[in-house]
Design a protein around this ligand. Sequence first.
Ligand SMILES: *[C@@H]1O[C@H](CO)[C@@H](O)[C@H](O)[C@H]1NC(C)=O
Ligand SMILES: *[C@@H]1O[C@H](CO)[C@@H](O)[C@H](O)[C@H]1NC(C)=O
Length: 306
Amino acid sequence: MTPTSSHVPFATQLSNVYLSILALFCFKLFVKISLNLLTYFYIVRGNRKEAARISAEFYDYGQNHTFLKGHNVNVLTIDHVTPLHEACLGDHVACARALIDAGANVNASTIDGVTPLFNACTVGSMACTEILLENGAKPQSLVYQPSPIHEATSKGHYGCVEALVTWGADVDMEIPHLGTALYTACVCQKLECARKLLREGANVQKGKSLDSPLHVAAEKDCTAVVTLLLDFGADINARNTEFLRPVDVAPPSSITEGFLLLYEATPRLLSQVCRQCIRNCVGRDRLHLLSHLPLPNRLRSYLQYQ
Ligand SMILES: *[C@@H]1O[C@H](CO)[C@@H](O)[C@H](O)[C@H]1NC(C)=O
Ligand SMILES: *[C@@H]1O[C@H](CO)[C@@H](O)[C@H](O)[C@H]1NC(C)=O
């Protein structure tokens, strides 16, 4: 203690100490609030690297990138739902991105087999779907698990279907109780999704067991989908398990029934038959190469159904 301080009354010295402690506390509080705000805005504004750096520096979670703001990003609920599942279900793209960057498991599966990708497809979040696929999420599930492509198709989320196909989902995968994605599109009458799947080479005959997509489209009296399927070469004479043809399952005297009867009686256009033949020769896995063929634009577009 300095000699001068002995002249100051003891009570004043004591209050100075309290004041200093209070000031220090306020300062620390201020710093902490500022840092929290800064981290928050960086995460919200999408500058994840900076957010990670800030949290790493000040909260010391840095070494192990599976922690975000002090929580394990792969924490599970009792049903094995992860934060990434929730982020995708809510279409919270920035959150999903931050979680993935912090090491969240993109292939995490709940006890029901639901993945974050499935959730993104349920709500039609194209951005989440793409982020997940870009970060290695598997584009399709096992046969007995909820299938992202069927889900996106049933809801008519065209963008998600497109992303899934681009990242290698099998367009012909058949799930016992749902059939193929094309069959689902016909059941739910999602014309654009059906078109997309067919353009990507989905087998027009493959539905659910012996029930072809044309059967279900006829049954639903959906002439637009029926026309599309016939355009892609659907077999008008295919028989289902009851040995019925599509025209037999169409509602009696419906527009679709009339359309199918007329179609049967009309010879198919040679150009259509040729297109079908060429596409079959090229094969599903090489259809994307059609755009590179040195053909006149009109012909190329015709082959690609554009
Ligand atoms: C990261 O954290 C996990 C979960 O606690 C732990 O198992 C793992 O060993 C840690 N990794 C490193 C490199 O510290
Ligand atoms: C997700 O699963 C797929 C297929 O099993 C695998 O190829 C991929 O590497 C996994 N991704 C990650 C990030 O673990």
